[in-house]
Every structure is written in C-alpha cells, then in structure tokens.
Design a protein around this ligand. Sequence first.
Ligand code: NCD
Ligand code: ZN
Length: 351
Amino acid sequence: MPNSPTQIQLIQPDDWHLHIRDGAIMRDVLADTARQFARAIIMPNLKPPVTAVELAHAYRSRIEANLKSLGINDFEPLMTLYLTDNTSADEVRKAKAEGIVGFKLYPAGATTNSDAGVTDIRHCYKALEAMQEVGMPFLVHGEVTHSEIDIFDREAVFIDQILEPLRRDFPQLKIVFEHITTKQAAHYVRDALTAGNTIAATITPQHLLMNRNAIFSGGIRPHNYCLPVLKREEHRVALLEAATSGNPRFFLGTDSAPHAKGDKEAACGCAGCYSAFNALGLYAEAFESVNRLEKLEGFASFFGPDFYSLPRNSKKITLKKQAQSIPQELPLGDATIVPLRAGETIAWSLV
Ligand code: NCD
Ligand code: ZN
C-alpha cells in the first residue's frame, strides 16, 4: 500500500465499546453505527442498569425491534452486563451460557449512570472467580473515584491500586481496559506479562485526535468533554503510537456516548462524545496523521474479534479520502445532538 493512498479497503470493522441508550433516541444512534460497523458491544449503563441476563435479553429485543424498523438486518449487538457489589457467580455462569460477551465494571461514581456500580472490587471476588473460570471477559472503566485524587490522575492511580492487584489475584481473567487515555495505561497493556491473551485495551477516536486543550480552546467546549477526560499531548501521542503499532492488544472502541445537546450545554454538563456519525473517518484521520493507514484494518477489524474469540467479519468496506462536512446538529428523538467535530470536516468518508 502506498504511503498516502486516497482509498482504502478493509474488512468491515466492529465497535468494541458503544452506548446506544434506550427508548426513542436509540433508533437515531443505532443507524449511525450500523452504517459502518458489523457488530458492537452494547454498554449496559442504562437507567436502571442492565444487571441481569433477563434484562439484557429484553434490551436486545428492543434493539432488534429498532433495527427492524430501520430495515437493517446485517448488524449484531453484543450484550454485556453491569457488575454490581451483588452480582453472583451463578449470574456469571448463566450469562456465559446465554451468550453475554462481558461484564462491565463501573466504579461507583466514575461516570454516567454509575451510581449502582461497584463500591469496592473486593465485593466482587466470587463473581470474578466465576468469570475467570468460564472465560468471561471483564471490561473495566479504569478510574478510581476518591474525590481527593486529581481527575487527570484517576486512570494512572487505578492501575496501581486496582488493576495490578486484580491481575495478581486473577491471572487468567480476560480483561479489557476500556477507553484508555494515558501513556501509563498504554504502556501497562503493552508490557503486561500474561500467560496468554488476557489483557487488551480499547481506544476512542477523540483520545487519538485531541488533547485536553480541546476542552478549553477559546472557552469551555462541552462537546469535547468525556470520561475518562482528555489528557495532555504526551498521552495522546502514546495512545496513537499504541493504536497504530500493530499490537493486537489494542483495538477499536468508540465509546460513542450520546447526550442531548441541552444536557451537554448545561451548568453541569454530561460526559460523553458522540463520535458514531463518522467514527471510521475519524480513526482513518488519526492513522493517516502518522502515515500508518495500513495498520487500521488490524486495529479496527481483526484484533477485537480475535480477543473475544469471535469470527472475523468477511464483508469489505471502502474508505475514501473525500472530505465530509459534519452537521452542526443531528436529530436525537425529540431533541438534537451535537456530533464530534460538528461544523467541521473530516478528511475520510465511507463509500
Ligand atoms: C459514557 C456515557 O455517557 O455513558 N460517558 C463518557 O464520557 N464516556 C460513560 C462511560 O463510558 O464512561
Ligand atoms: Zn463508555
């Protein structure tokens, strides 16, 4: 492949970290994702959260009804459960038997709808033992939540205080360190000694393309605010290096997290960037910025299914170097949403 191609073909990607919410807005956001991706891991932080297999089945049925009404029949939602202090080992075994692909750790208070999350990981040891035993992936939001820890340090402190002891106690547990944002996390995942393929990380487009200045450029920019929050430039550079390195431990997870415009542009605005509208264009731009477009397919289409022991997709898609204008707003049920890079252009489009 030449160094700066104007068109690239790749096996259709999957999104290994996605929020699509529920009710009236789900239809709008699902359409954006299903245009680009074959499958997506559906995060369970609804209100109330998806804490049991029966709830996940019901959520999946609502997703399927929306897909049907959109006329989409080639998109597969991959369901997850929200871990709580009370999740039983039996629920883990049942989840495995019924096709749930992972349990998600939300430390209580860490992010959107995390109130029911885990207050102390030690409360979850029976559930974690069962996950390790049955090979159920454990998806972690890797931030500590103590108010005395600086928000920019929460991920790095999580590695020392929670992740490293967890990996010592459960050496065979399959862990995905979700939406990593720091050099420390990228290096931790890269360098972790594992008995097998037991740790990986997802990386969002916003953390590859922006640093924390983007939250404050010329005034406060609520649409660039997500959790874990954007970090300094040195961290962005380390994440971009990890994503484009060809190391199968790093793969695509947009963390596209829709919130209505009014809930973002508020005195206490919600955390989350809506990247689903042209997520693949954003990733292509990031990979092109370091002349590594040829590494995009592994990151976007191969390493995720390999980690989750799912088949790779077979259909191909084409991305073209053709500037696409991103609208100022998109419909979101009865409201609107401001997509990432609203009012700007993205250099790559899906053909
Ligand atoms: C996510 C959301 O809104 O559900 N927000 C975010 O900023 N990423 C939750 C999450 O993944 O932390
Ligand atoms: Zn998320």
